[in-house]
Design a protein around this ligand. Structure first.
Ligand SMILES: NC(=O)c1ccc[n+]([C@@H]2O[C@H](COP(=O)([O-])OP(=O)(O)OC[C@H]3O[C@@H](n4cnc5c(N)ncnc54)[C@H](OP(=O)(O)O)[C@@H]3O)[C@@H](O)[C@H]2O)c1
Length: 300
């Protein structure tokens, strides 16, 4: 089956290609200049040339802090481009998979968010992604929008790689301990898409297979405790273990505000698609095996 993936070098795009191509699917993953989400005509041409049965949008403007000073481009990519791509998929009868974020919420609920909770983004990135969700769902009723969080993989820039780099350079790391969420590995998102695909391809518009879904890893944690798991895993693979100091968000100011508690309730995707959140500790172990190497067997 032909699948068009927008994005090629991104974490989720690479995981999608790695997961779907070995199943025999013809996966075309495109980035600028071949597919630039800010150029409507190019989007139409790319979709028509690929003639995919499914379109997945793994491309996005993801620089959360930079977006505060770059709102026009963030909205152009995350709202307009996503909507145009969804519309082109609809025009050829293809369902659409799109990714969004827990940053559409302000983090003040005090409990995991469900899909029917009202978004209230704190920053430009979250606002652009929330506008993108609406654009996508309006342009293509056969869209599944997966809101996810804290995406990591062995590719690209992410928290795991930052901790490994800083852990090799410093004796002490200070990491915020008052932001709650769940790491989500790109390979687990790709696995979810692979499992959702048959139903998305056959279900008609209006079916509960489409719409908003929350999908993060499990269990919920904090950035500090995630950092501890990364550093412990790296130490088990022979890296030095720096001290880890918990700090408050107020001690680590960033240009964009982040939700203090972006935990996602993933019940709906389980009920509709039979997908349970992957345990990020298992996915982290595989990621560290790839980035650092396997844990050495104990000497006899
Ligand atoms: N990363 C996270 O922690 C996180 C959390 C929640 C949700 N998400 C969502 O998950 C999805 C995948 O994220 P990811 O982590 O895989 O992101 P990523 O690694 O930053 O990849 C995004 C890709 O989109 C490309 N892109 C940027 N502008 C584009 C444009 N105008 N046209 C076409 N491609 C463009 C980027 O290319 P360049 O690098 O060349 O700009 C990059 O290859 C996104 O929808 C994101 O919003 C991510």
């Amino acid at each position: 089956m032909r699948i068009l993936v927008a994005g090629r070098e991104g974490q989720v795009a690479r995981a999608l290609v790695a997961r779907l191509a070995p199943d025999g699917h013809e996966v075309t993953a495109l980035e600028p200049p071949e597919l630039d989400l800010t150029r409507r005509e190019g989007i139409a041409a790319a979709v028509r040339a690929a003639r995919p049965a499914l379109v997945v949008n793994a491309a996005a403007y993801t620089a959360v802090d930079r977006a505060e000073d770059d709102a026009a481009l963030a909205h152009a990519v995350n709202r307009d481009g996503a909507g145009w791509l969804a519309a082109e998929a609809a025009a050829i009868g293809a369902p659409f998979v799109h990714f969004s974020t827990d940053y559409v919420f302000d983090g003040r609920k005090g409990a995991p968010y469900v899909e029917t909770d009202a978004p209230s983004p704190l920053g430009v990135y979250g606002a652009s992604k929330e506008a993108g969700e609406r654009a996508v769902l309006a342009a293509n009723p056969r869209s599944a929008v997966l809101r996810t969080a804290w995406v990591c993989s062995a590719d690209g820039a992410n928290f795991v790689k930052t901790m490994l780099r800083l852990g090799a350079e410093r004796d002490e790391l200070r990491v915020v301990a008052d932001q709650h969420g769940a790491p989500t590995f790109a390979a687990d998102l790709a696995e979810a898409v692979a499992r959702m695909m048959p139903r998305l391809l056959s279900a008609p518009a209006g079916d509960e297979a489409f719409g908003l879904f929350h999908l993060s890893g499990a269990p919920h944690t904090t950035w500090h405790d995630f950092a501890a798991a990364i550093l412990d895993g790296a130490a088990a693979r022979g890296r030095p273990r720096p001290r880890l100091v918990p700090i408050a968000t107020a001690d680590y100011p960033t240009r964009a505000a982040r939700p203090a508690d972006g935990r996602l309730d993933c019940t709906r995707i389980g009920r509709v698609h039979g997908i349970a959140p992957a345990d990020w500790r298992d996915s982290l172990a595989r990621c560290l095996d790839a980035l650092v190497g396997p844990i050495a067997a104990p000497k006899e």
